[in-house]
Design a protein around this ligand. Structure first.
Ligand code: 5CA
Ligand code: ZN
Length: 409
């Protein structure tokens, strides 16, 4: 699948510092020191009800990761998927009496537009689950042949016991796992499973549902976790730097994905860091498709909101915090954007070299975007209050805000 166009990232003087980031698996902050090519996999949308502010906030966090790495003069190898066949997508298509492929294509196109407007850097590989199926089948066969998977009434399940590290991403106890598994696409109560938590790798064809050739597995479609694993291993290999997504993906999705990959390869860990963004709420509840309490990026754009203001609103919260979207959050971002634009439109100003370092330091410190905004705010206040004579300062601030925060002034 094609991704979306990249906005240019200006090069800044000097060099950024290595990223320290909170890792869910080790439950602490680690310093990542990737090679010349940093590798990141970020879970993509299930293409319906996209792009809401919660999605945008999560992708914003991983866009910052890319920008920090680019500023350290590394290349970034970024892979993202689209879950373009899945139970909830098929259910939505059925509910609205539309073709599921058309729904997925339309929503993916809208997501691309939103990502472009928000200046999110695109992945080099943007891969749909459907197009990944030929690569998924042999992985499931391998797991089965190695005794890490078993058949139940035609469906194929992964045996969580096959990975000695299972549980090491989310650190939840068995009861919490069981509850979340039931809530998030699993079937812990299905009789006949070896372990209630075992997730499906391959689902035998159901009447009225799309299915594909599964070789020795029979016709069917893939389970959710193996899709992301197949795509990640194909394009990044084991031991990539970051597996990213929202905190609702830590269990079961990233836990199971890591176990699939580790059981397949015998290597550990699948990713150096498992990074999870907090959940955005609306009216006191997590913004979610199932509840329908959604604010769409495209609706805001249509209403004339500058995408740069949406981006500043996202950046005004730490990526790991759970936070609430309100009109006040957006109003504040609109006002900040205006102040920043006024400050950099002056022909000269006060020196900004220290600001570049402050923004770098804030982001390298577990992507502390609010601290980065505060640093720019301080420069902007001084710039408006003082008559500086550094002709290069406004341009340098513009480039810094563009390169490191993705905001075009
Ligand atoms: N297709 C799968 C991942 S393989 C999926 O979770 N899709 S999604 O459309 O439901 O979510 C896309 C991304 O947005 C995920 O990383 C998810 O964790 C994140 N996300 C969903 N809702 C919110 C929210 N309210 N706040 C923050 N992030 C969210
Ligand atoms: Zn995923």
């Amino acid at each position: 699948m094609h991704a979306w166009p990249a906005s240019e990232v200006p090069a800044l003087p000097g060099k950024g510092r290595d990223l320290q980031i909170h890792d869910t698996a080790t439950q602490g902050t680690i310093t990542l020191a990737p090679g010349p090519v940093a590798r990141i996999y970020v879970c993509g949308i299930t293409p319906y009800d996209a792009t809401h502010i919660g999605h945008a906030a999560t992708y914003n966090a991983f866009d910052l990761v890319q920008r920090v790495w680019l500023d350290t003069k590394r290349q970034v190898h970024y892979v993202q998927n689209v879950t373009d066949v899945d139970d909830p997508l098929l259910e939505r298509a059925l509910r609205d009496n539309q073709d599921w492929t058309e729904l997925a294509e339309r929503e993916t196109a809208l997501f691309r537009e939103d990502m472009t407007a928000l200046r999110m850097l695109p992945p080099q590989h943007y891969i749909g689950a459907v197009e990944a199926i030929p690569g998924i089948v042999p992985l499931v066969e391998r797991l089965r042949d190695a005794g890490a998977a078993y058949e139940l009434e035609g469906d194929t399940y992964f045996s969580v016991e096959a990975d000695p590290h299972f549980g090491g991403v989310s650190h939840l106890d068995a009861e919490a796992m069981r509850l979340l598994s039931a809530e998030r696409g699993g079937d812990p109560d299905r009789p006949g499973k070896k372990n209630p938590l075992d997730p499906m790798l391959w689902m035998a064809a159901r009447p009225g549902e799309p299915s594909w050739d599964g070789g020795s597995l029979g016709r069917g479609r893939p389970g959710w976790h193996i899709e992301c694993v197949a795509i990640a291993l194909d394009h990044l290999g084991m031991g990539f730097d970051i597996q990213g997504g929202g905190s609702d993906l830590a269990f079961p999705h990233h836990e199971m994905g890591a176990s699939h990959a580790q059981a397949l390869t015998g290597e550990f860990p699948m990713a150096t860091a498992y990074v999870h963004a907090g959940m955005v709420a609306l009216h006191g509840e997590k913004m979610s498709k199932s509840k329908g309490n959604l604010v769409f990026v495209s609706a805001l754009r249509r209403a004339g909101v500058d995408p740069a203001a949406i981006r500043l609103a996202l950046l005004s919260h730490h990526y790991r915090a759970d936070w609430e979207w309100t009109d006040a959050v957006l109003d504040e971002a609109v006002a900040r954007l205006e102040r920043w634009r006024a400050a950099v439109s002056r022909p000269d100003g006060i020196p900004a070299d220290a600001l570049v370092e402050e923004v770098r330091e804030a982001l390298a410190n577990d992507l502390d975007a609010p601290a980065a905004l505060a640093a720019v705010d301080r420069w902007v206040e001084r710039q408006i209050a003082t008559d500086g004579d550094d002709e290069s300062a406004p341009g340098l601030v513009s480039r810094t805000v563009d390169a490191l925060l993705g905001v075009a002034l």
